[in-house]
Structures are given as C-alpha cells and as structure tokens.
Design a protein around this ligand. Sequence first.
Ligand code: SF4
Ligand code: SF4
Length: 276
Amino acid sequence: MITRICISINNRCNLNCKYCHFHEKSAFIEPREMNIFAVLDNVKAHIKKHEIPLFKIGFVGNGEPLLDFESLRGYVEYIADYLKSGVISAYTITNGTLINEEMLGFFREHKINVGFSIDGVREIHNKLRCNSFDRTMNGIELFRKINGFYPSMNCTVGQDVLERADETIDFFAPFDSRITFSRMIGENGISLADFRAFLERASRKLSVRTGGFDCTMYGGKCGAGIDNPYFANGSVFICGNCVDLPTVISADTPLDEIDLGIKPFDRRFCYKEAMR
Ligand code: SF4
Ligand code: SF4
C-alpha cells in the first residue's frame, strides 16, 4: 500500500549542477500541467480509506521548489490540518540559494522539514554546483538561526568526494544533523560498491540515512513499485530517476489504482540499472 509519495512541483531551477540528471532528461520533463491539488485530494481519500496513521509527502523533484514558493505555500496550506495533526509529514529539499526568513518561518509553522543540498568541501561543491557554496551555507545558517538547529543535508557522492572522503565526512560532523548521501549516477556516476564503502566509512562519524526498500542511491534497497511513487508532469513514475521510462499513469489516478508493473528483480540493485 502506498504510504508516501514525491511530488515535483515545477520543472525549473536557478542552478545547473554538473551531475543534475533532471537536466540530462530535459527531453522528458517538458513542463506539462499537473493538478497537484487533485493529487493531494487523492492522498486525503487514501488516508481516510485505509486509516493510515502517517503519510509522507516529499515536495521534491525536477527543479528548485523555492522558485515556486507561492505555489508550494498553497499546497502546504491545502494539507495544513493533516500536517498539524501529524497524519501527514512533509518535506522539501532546496539548494538553499533562495531561502529567506519568511519561507523558513512558514515551513516551521507547518512542520515542513527542509533539507539542503550541499556537497561538503567548498571546492567540490563549487565545482559541481555552480559556485553556490556561500549562498547555500548562508541559507543553512539562516535555518539554524530560525530553528535553533542545523537542517538535514544531502550530499551527492561522485569521484571528487571519493577522493576527499575524510574531508567530506569531517565537513558534515560539526552540524550534528542527519546527512543523506546519494550516489552520483549517469555518465560521471560511481559504482554501487564504491558508494557503499563510502557510506560505511561515513556512518562511523555521522548520522547517515540508509534505507530499507527505498533507493540504492541513498544506500537502501530499490523500492521501485513498492511505495513512494513520483508525481511529475501530469504522470506517475517509479522514481525521479525513471522519468524517461514510459508511463501511462495519470497523476490524478487514485493511489490504490497505481500499478507500475514492476516484475520481481534483485532489489539490492537499481531497477533501472538492472534493466540496461
Ligand atoms: S539544484 Fe538540484 S535541480 Fe537544480 S540543477 Fe542542481 S541538482 Fe539539478
Ligand atoms: S529504480 Fe533506481 S533510482 Fe529508482 S528507486 Fe530504484 S534504486 Fe532508486
């Protein structure tokens, strides 16, 4: 049964990170209409039908959500009662360059968890993420000022990070927050074995997210088709990395009727990579 989803609220970003697979897949993510309120209505009906005590929504996807903060505000307000009662927990992930006190106050009021994408060591971050290190760190410090603690952070692990693994791990240690490392994929990607070795090393010093049936990119097993479908551009996909796989499922389909047609496979490996 579906108990979590991700919703991509837009298809644009103010950065152009070197490894961004959404840009690689730009042909598949042309902006198309998606009624996100209809998706949220389906979530509400699904929660009611199955008496789900906790449903998770990630407002994450093909771009920088804070570029469309006013839209995001509307979606959050639409589920405000559920957020208040704790039946829905929601999060977003930002590159941190646009965030301000008003946004952070709004997220705090509605219990929205805000994660920041930062690739650790300044030189690595700047090389891969458009020289945005200082702007992202300013956003992270602003978060701490408003909330009294540092946010969760997301770091993409590619060859640069592997070569400066200890420095990267030491960078994150002082924040004392949960770090999600994700494996760089695509043409500059690293192997699953190298990524798992890095995660093992990082776990000795940091609170590192690992998962059950979630995604091998984050150190878990592939959850393709089990839970957490990805809503973008009017359709439902296996995950954000699979937007170039064909789908005929419309985003306004009731959650119980979503069948992504995944045949049994070895979930220690990425479904998409295993199909190649
Ligand atoms: S901030 Fe995220 S969505 Fe934007 S270019 Fe970088 S990786 Fe892609
Ligand atoms: S198909 Fe690959 S990228 Fe998608 S959830 Fe599975 S492991 Fe992650």
